[in-house]
Ligand binder design. Sequence first.
Ligand code: DGY
Length: 328
Amino acid sequence: MKPRVLVARAVPPAVTERLRRHFEVEDNPGNAVWSPAELAARLQGCQGLFATNSERIDAPLLDACPELRVVANMVVGYNHVDVAACTARGVLVTNTPDVLTETTADFGFALMLAAARRMAEGERLLRRGEWKQWSFDMLTGSDVHGATLGILGMGRIGQAIARRGALGFGMKVIYHNRSRLAVEVEAGLGARYVGKDELLAQSDHLVLVLPYTAQSHHAIGGAELARMKPSATLTNIARGGIVDDAALALALREQRIAAAGLDVFEGEPALHPALLELPNVVLTPHIASATVATRRAMAELAADNLIAALTGGVPPTPVNPEVRVRPA
Ligand code: DGY
């Protein structure tokens, strides 16, 4: 008998077809986000879950689904998964690193440029029919080329952003990270390690690319925003919750920083209402990795992991590789 897997959200049809060659598949063509109770009910008898960051994988869910052996996530960030609880129950967790790095870095850079150069403000002004004439001081922003790019979190995506800044835009790149990169890696990127306070104080454009954990919750709040330059921009493509959105909205309203670009939000898809009122913030709906090719690659990699894990193979990108999946 084929193992049973649940695909929790809509995925490219070719990927579902591929999964059907190995498994009994229940999928979710309607793409609704299932409640925890519905997810648990649908997972009964399933050995595999193809998940996204819409699904909360925690101890109560795992305890309700004792046959579950693999959670294959079609995302790189896995703060929606209690990995320790999975490991304790022998459930393998996988994610999708690397395949989205360059696409996500492109988007982070675009969001930073849009905030610095006030693109969304200009677009909204045009749509309101308010453009009457050219003016030397209309929507003047700040330069990106030659400016100081600050990166908080220097993993794969942070490094891809550093390369764009240093090589493409002649930026001076500084970064802060839990651990400092090897000197030769820093040299290759043209990036300098600094303390968090210096990062905040020196950055003209600060980009957040760190994972969301208990330690990074509100890593940027009122105190951190107060250390930034009034001309600075802040871009968050990491996770909601890393920024205190209420404190950010206040800082933007009081022009204590110039502008922000946000792709992720605390409690998304809900947004802090104050953000919607502000002109100096560019808002996008968690789409940094959303190109056709990259979303397809993420889905294929999640399928590779699920198939390998449940058919005796070696999953390419495990999060808790110490877990050995029992044969289905
Ligand atoms: C990821 O892969 O973690 C992206 O944020 C998409 O959710």
